[in-house]
Write a protein that binds this ligand. Sequence first.
Ligand code: PLP
Length: 454
Amino acid sequence: MVRECHSSSYKLYDRALESLVGGVNSPVRAEPRPTPSFVDRGDGAELVDVDGNRYCDYIMGYGPLLFGHDLPEPVREGVSEAVADGPMYGVPTDVEVELAEFIIDHVESVERLRFVNSGTEATAAAARLARGYTGRDKIVVMQSGYHGGHESFLVDGNVDDRKPGSAGVPDAFAAETIPVPFNDEDVIRDVFERHGSEIAAVLTEPLLGNCGIVLPVEGYHETLRDLCDEHGSLLIFDEVITGFRVGGLQCAQGKYGIEPDLTTFAKIIGGGFPVGAIGGRAEIMQAFAPTGDVFESGTFNGHPVTMVAGLETLRFAREHDVYSHVNELGRQLRSGLQDLVEEHTPEYTVTGIDSMFKILFTRDAPDTMDGHCRAGCKQRPECPRFELCPKTGADVRAGETDRWKRTFWPALADRGVLLTPNQFESQFVSYAHTEDDIERTLDAYQEVLSTKVG
Ligand code: PLP
């Protein structure tokens, strides 16, 4: 498993710098520097780089690869047949109906769907739909939540001081997006008191999956649901990461027992191919063209290869022990990490749920709690130290985050454990991982945590 030589990767990296911006096609792949690992292929739970080094992979394509790198036979066959039939048509196919029916059958809140090509497209279209349906412009989002790279949600700051989160985003977009701290009931109540009649929607991931992993405190989703109902706003769950992962086929909304008005999906529902979807109550969804006047369209929407990959993926997950396997390995990994952290770095937190895990380089919630547990927060069984976990994105960012970039990530990679180069992204266990993989992974973490080499 140990990484030894990287000369082919470095050569490719130098070449890439001459043709791709920063040598990559997505900035999260570029940190920490230098990260010249170019992949040759996947193999089960492992990635093999162009120099032949093998890594136990916990990036898993940033979430879509529920089964690891080898597609189950029905997925592979379905994809091959769809490609052989002609890759796409721009005319409806039966498989997009079947995938929509599958999702509707399993996710209580979804009655109609529109398939698009990425999570970013899904949240952009959901925002337009919510604005078109309600006739209001403002959308509340969670600080340090992520909903893709588009103008509506690339916004930083707080309720009273909102600013574009990227060069190129006009101030006008920031004016319509209100960032609030996740899990903070007081702030969201105050926002609704002041802006309730202007708020089209609250958009949140059911748990923050792009900032460490921050789980919801008991009652927070219910508060959002109630406030939206009271003020005629829509509740949108962004289940791009959690959809068909957390809570299995019922998704995170099923696990937490909340019915949003709209849901955005992506990642797993495309079985490893580009996908996104907006789903929700029929009455709202009908506001999309052609039945309504909210425009949304796409050459590749409902792409037949993606649709068959997604459908066969979800069917396979329903018919095999996929969720029990990944969730049990996730539990074992979190529990093992918990022991290591307790022994070597008690100032850190192990967090996660089902097949997601992460170590946060802090245990505190310094911005709001002076290091103490927020009142009303109850321990969730999935997270052994939930009562002490950071509760907001700011809490996570206030940790010893530079250690990750400096040494932690490379030290684990050197030991054959591949995590996301960006420290705030989640790690995923796949159906291809085994108990042996978990043991080897824990050994690598032990070395890194105990010696502080990372
Ligand atoms: N929403 C969430 C919660 C995400 O995690 C992501 C990406 O990771 C997106 C939206 C954007 O999805 P995509 O990268 O497919 O555009």
